[in-house]
Design a protein around this ligand. Sequence first.
Ligand SMILES: [Zn+2]
Length: 426
Amino acid sequence: MEESTANTGNKPVSKIDALKQKLRSYKEEQSAKTKSKPTPEEIRARYFTPRKETEYFRIIPSYNNPDELVEKAFFHTVKINGQWRKIYCPERNDPDVDGKSPHCPLCAKSRSYLEQQDDSLKGIKREDYTEAQKIIDSDNKELYKKSKSWEAKKFYIVRGIDRNAQGDGVKFWRFKDNYKKEGVFDKLQPAMNFFIENFEEDFRDELNGVDFTISTVETNRPGTNFTYRTVSSIQTRPKQSPLHEEETIRKEWINDPTTWRDVYKPAEAPNVNANEFMSMIALSDDVSKVYTAPYFDDTDSKNKHWVFPNRPDLEEMANTRNRDLGANTSNKTVEKASDLQSAASGVVNESYQPSINSITKDQTGTYTDTDVVDLSQDDNSAQAPDNELETQNTQDVSSEQELSNDEAVDQDIEDEIDKQVDDLPF
Ligand SMILES: [Zn+2]
């Protein structure tokens, strides 16, 4: 303050400027602190999942990959404690090291089933199979199916601003590739194309870009009274608009260095790193019966605790640490931390900062004003299918799988797997 008085000869305007500058610096300090240790709300606020009847989303360029309109990412979908989780795939997402792709226990698991296939059928036409060969073929198909279920699935991710929650800042919207071309990306592309063709402008432009209108419909899950929301259409709004009226806010959003990797992180648990976590999952025999991964059991509010199937040593350690955490923090913090270590996920990182993976849909409902409520009413919601997730790309199927890679088999497998995959952002 004194400095500014000296420099400006006591002009009131400059005093105000100095005050503003001071306030900004406090804010920056605070946000710098927040960055190193995000609160649960801040982490949760990084997801965008269309839940309202109409949502408005403004796509902004990826921080480190601005040339791509959408980014691609791969996740394994596995069931842990009854809920489907998306597990970051290092083999498909991380760059090669010394010409070798990083090891992924789940990709290895997927390949192991293909290696078990009987290749005596190679070169024989299906219609010429003997009865014995038909049995081999059927076994091969089962192995292929298992392999597919363990395979990493392709997702798309865009970064942007949720117009219904602009205060949350930059968010990430992840949606699965759809084999039938009926997914979110298949609805988003024509809208992108329409705008570029008609306005000859980048829809992400900070001044002359455009918001997307996302319409969702309530869908009934066949055979149940459970409903969920799916994206029915995506259009650009009729008029171009600035990302925000104020340049400082535009810049703040565009220059936010958060990437999807900061948000959709590898799954971990106390004293269990990402690779170990995946190795534990891979011990399971079938993707629909994954019991071997650690999870946080919060079904009894008085006895929330970690469960490590077959690993009492780690379980003891995790829960001891959990209690210690409680002893050193306020009740409120404990409760929050516990919430975040919750069931679906059962995942926090070692330092006990809430991990993105550790947030369940119910908590999303608690902390945001979106109408996720309709997804949380029912325990079955965890298995809610989503149209956008119904199918997935089989182009990833390598030629190794030629023993049973006919289209019909692929389609059946896709349908079966994706019926069990929910649209939760974790
Ligand atoms: Zn993988």
